[in-house]
Design a protein around this ligand. Structure first.
Ligand SMILES: Cc1cc2nc3c(=O)[nH]c(=O)nc-3n(C[C@H](O)[C@H](O)[C@H](O)COP(=O)(O)OP(=O)(O)OC[C@H]3O[C@@H](n4cnc5c(N)ncnc54)[C@H](O)[C@@H]3O)c2cc1C
Length: 477
């Protein structure tokens, strides 16, 4: 299934089963945020969800939310952040296809968005957890979740931790969704579960007028007087769409999603005339830490050469291996920095010398020796003129060595999609000609993400909830 869904004509709907001002399709973080804001703006809201409860992939997630610009938690943890520094980091990290207008708004409104989440009941503990780039095992509320404190970003924007994590040990996405849905249930919004949206209904004027749903095999409809907001997740679990648009993502062992990530939201939007962009883009994670100590090692390619600073965020490492090294890389450690990464990685070579590693990994003779010689010469002085790894992780490497597998096809990588419907800053779905599809909005992974590529943890829940709110407000207008 990769063809846009055919719309139903309003004239073919004999009788609407239900109606509302705003219909939200999918109750993950983007849908809950959209519904809450549409309701606050005075709209009568119906949320339709294909599952028997809301939550979606958001509820399975780590719950890290990218927020900054000087949130109370950042201040209490000693980070001096401003909207401008957050903007500079995101502009530098979010790839060539980034949307400057959206990044500006996301950064400038981030403190207010934090307060909105707190007002919905989402708790954050003002304690910084220093060891991870993802959700901490503790209930601490702040982590570094990207490459903010690594080259080149640390020289572009003042580093600040921006991964905000709801207060619960381990995966916090469940708590985030529990709080957002509880907040929504306190409003007059109607939540209809076990309702799979099959397609959109379009009026004679081309405006989206409602949705067609399936409820235990029975067809039903909801008329949307003001608009439909598509927040139905991404497409990582739609094999056909991934094969057509993002085949590299399918090479990763772990496709990060839930059943709803079947692309239906995107295909519905395209069927109504919307344009999908950045469809090959995704988050590609190569987790090597924790433990952080392995960052003393060197990551090498099939030519035995380094190609990135090893203290980069795991999303940057993943992208670099996938796209710049044809998916082949190894992390070589010596005895001082050897420790098994928490996400298992096979030891594919051990050697008493650089030559033994070259032979075991079938690298060109002398290539790894040259890499180690150059690396050590500078590491002795705490320098890395090639890739600028932080001094903190620099020390000469000495045999014996062990190489951990970081190849895409044989080791653990995780991916999810970041492409989707092109939207305005207020979530209006755009057409290929640059206009908008009247009455149609999208947010979360049904829309094209803020990062494309250049993902940092937390941007998905961050952009989904923030732009979901904006779509809700605009649809209610
Ligand atoms: C293990 C894991 C860890 C992650 N950690 C993080 C993290 O820490 N931070 C972060 O930012 N991101 C993280 N992500 C990614 C993030 O969870 C998702 O990208 C994000 O939750 C997407 O939110 P959404 O609202 O767009 O979609 P979802 O949360 O998936 O919500 C979409 C909803 O729409 C429903 N739906 C789908 N199709 C239909 C239909 N046809 N009709 C009606 N309903 C429909 C679905 O059932 C679902 O409830 C993680 C993902 C996983 C799996």
């Amino acid at each position: 299934m990769s063809k846009p869904f055919e719309v139903r004509r309003a004239r073919d709907v004999a009788r609407w089963s239900n109606e509302a001002d705003v219909v939200v399709v999918g109750l993950g973080c983007a849908g809950a945020s959209a519904a809450l804001e549409a309701g606050s703006a005075g709209a009568d809201v119906v949320v339709v969800e294909r599952g028997s409860a809301g939550g979606g992939t958001s509820a399975m997630s780590g719950g890290v939310i990218y927020l900054g610009g000087g949130t109370p938690i950042q201040k209490q943890c000693g980070f001096d952040d401003t909207p401008e520094e957050m903007f500079k980091y995101l502009m530098a990290s979010c790839g060539q296809h980034r949307d400057e207008v959206k990044i500006r708004a996301f950064s400038e409104d981030s403190v207010a968005h934090y307060h909105w989440l707190v007002a919905q009941g989402v708790p954050f503990k003002p304690v910084f957890y220093p060891h991870y780039s993802g959700e901490p095992p503790t209930d601490d509320g702040l982590v570094f979740s990207g490459s903010e404190n690594a080259y080149p970003y640390k020289d572009i924007a003042r580093p600040a931790a921006r991964g905000h994590v709801p207060q619960i040990p381990g995966k916090a996405g469940g708590l985030l969704m529990e709080k957002l849905i509880a907040s929504l249930e306190r409003t007059s919004a109607r939540i209809l579960t076990d309702m799979r949206c099959e397609t959109l209904v379009v009026g004679e004027d081309g405006a989206v007028a409602g949705v067609v749903l399936k409820h235990f095999g029975e067809e039903t409809t909801v008329r949307a007087r003001k608009g439909v907001i598509l927040t139905a997740g991404g497409f990582i679990l739609n094999r056909d769409m991934v094969a057509v648009h993002a085949p590299d993502l399918a090479r990763c062992q772990f496709l990060v999603g839930s059943d709803g990530d079947d692309g239906a939201g995107i295909l519905m939007g395209m069927g109504a005339g919307g344009l999908a962009i950045n469809m090959s883009m995704g988050s590609i994670s190569l987790p090597i830490i924790p433990p952080k100590k392995v960052q003393f090692g060197v990551m090498i390619n099939a030519q035995g050469q380094r190609f990135v600073n090893e203290d980069s965020y795991y999303g940057r490492l993943g992208e670099y291996v996938m796209y710049r090294q044809e998916g082949r890389a190894w992390l070589v450690l010596d005895e001082k920095c050897f420790e098994r990464p928490e996400v298992p990685r096979e030891i594919v070579a051990v050697g008493e010398s650089t030559a033994e590693i070259e032979s075991a990994l079938k690298l060109p003779a002398g290539s790894f020796a040259a890499t180690v010689e150059l690396y050590n010469r500078h590491a002795e002085r705490g320098e890395d003129p090639l890739f600028h790894k932080s001094r903190e992780w620099l020390a000469p490497l000495e045999p014996p060595f062990a190489a951990l597998d970081c190849c895409v096809d044989t080791s653990f990588y995780a991916s999810f999609t970041l492409g989707g419907l092109r939207t305005t800053i207020d979530g209006e779905v755009m057409t290929p000609e640059g206009g908008i599809v009247p009455g149609l909005y999208a947010a979360g992974r049904t829309s094209a993400g803020l990062a494309a590529p250049g993902y940092s943890s937390g941007i998905s829940l961050g952009d989904g909830s923030y732009f979901g709110r904006r779509a809700g407000r605009r649809a209610a207008r």
